[in-house]
Design a protein around this ligand. Structure first.
Ligand code: FO1
Length: 321
């Protein structure tokens, strides 16, 4: 673990981001890591409030994540889903028996007036997570994917349609009226974070919803902390999920350079460091021309040690700056 210093803020979506968040949590002192998590993927299903990225973060940081599936809980069983199938119910979105407890309890607590932030903090504490997991907002923001088959709510595009439709763009319903996570905004305004890390999550559907919350990008710029972005694209492929396919369909080309350009164009002055994989080292000079510091490291996180190494590299980089 590193010596105690200021806290670190990480922005994350689900699986890819959670890997680096785990490395950061291992590397920092307990309680030093705050993760601000996308909730644009949240939706209501079978009457339940589902928060996939929050659950992926909490399950990963508590050692309960199902590594094979990339979502849900380890050692899961599917009795409820089978029973639902017998009834002719909707089974395209697979809720495991143990995972169901999370959705039932979250839905109940929110109906009783609990905020998503408080619920998430309590859930994380009960599961023994020392890091702080913050939903990006307590308000409803829903990612809509514009495709060649029309507009689709995110989980319909991602799970039901298996990311098959070609994407044309994205929108975030409710974002202009949403209040960004209060605790994180207060900490940013007090310059409480020593470093800010944007995890290797999908830029369009995991990080853009966070950065496009009213006042968020500006608060990050003014936080007096270096911002390091880790590229989710390695050698033209996404570490996880449909980012590369989306980039190709949007006509951007699936490269780390295109990711860097996306952040520079949409959030000028936000990014201080861009971390790319060794495979993409030849792109470094073109990325530097965008006015960003580039660092090259092994960014494919297979083992726990890989996650810790990339976390240490990213933290050291910003410290050295
Ligand atoms: N992803 C799938 O590909 N298929 C599923 O059936 C599925 C169910 C599911 C249930 C709970 C949960 O928290 C996540 C779930 N996911 C599933 C993952 C999730 O929809 C996506 O990985 C994220 O939204 C993208 O970050």
């Amino acid at each position: 673990m590193t010596a105690p210093g200021k806290d670190v803020l990480a922005l994350s979506g689900g699986v890819g981001g959670a890997k680096l968040a785990l490395g950061l949590a291992d590397t920092l002192q307990p309680g030093q890591l705050h993760v601000l998590v996308n909730t644009g993927d949240d939706f209501s299903h079978l009457g339940l409030h589902i928060s996939p990225d929050i659950d992926t973060l909490v399950y990963t940081l508590s050692g309960r994540a199902n590594a094979a599936m990339g979502w849900g809980l380890e050692g899961e069983t599917w009795q409820a889903l089978s029973a639902l199938e017998e009834l002719g119910g909707d089974t395209w979105f697979k809720l495991g028996d143990r995972d169901l407890a999370t959705h039932l309890w979250r839905t109940t607590q929110i109906a009783r007036g609990e905020s998503l932030s408080n619920f998430t903090a309590t859930m994380a504490r009960h599961l023994g997570v020392h890091s702080h997991v913050h939903p990006m907002t307590d308000d409803s923001v829903r990612t809509i994917v514009s495709t060649d088959q029309g507009e689709l709510p995110f989980q319909h595009y991602f799970v039901r349609e298996q990311c098959e439709p070609a994407v044309r763009g994205f929108s975030f319903d409710g974002i202009s009226a949403a209040t960004p996570n209060r605790e994180v905004m207060q900490r940013l305004q007090k310059s409480a974070f020593g470093q800010i890390v944007i995890c290797p999550s999908n830029p369009f559907v995991s990080i853009d919803p966070v950065l496009q919350l009213p006042g968020m990008a500006q608060a990050l710029r003014e936080a007096q902390a270096p911002v390091a972005v880790v590229s989710p694209i390695v050698g033209g492929m996404a570490l996880k999920g449909p980012a590369a396919k989306m980039m190709a369909e949007l006509g951007m080309g699936a490269t780390a350079l295109a990711v860097a350009r996306h952040y520079c164009d949409h959030y000028p002055g936000l990014m201080d460091y861009f971390v790319i994989d060794e495979t993409d080292a030849t792109l470094a000079s073109a990325i530097r021309e965008l006015g960003v510091n580039v660092a090259v490291a092994p960014t494919v996180m297979k083992s726990r040690a890989d996650k810790q190494e990339l976390a240490r590299f990213t933290l050291d980089l910003a410290r050295a700056g």
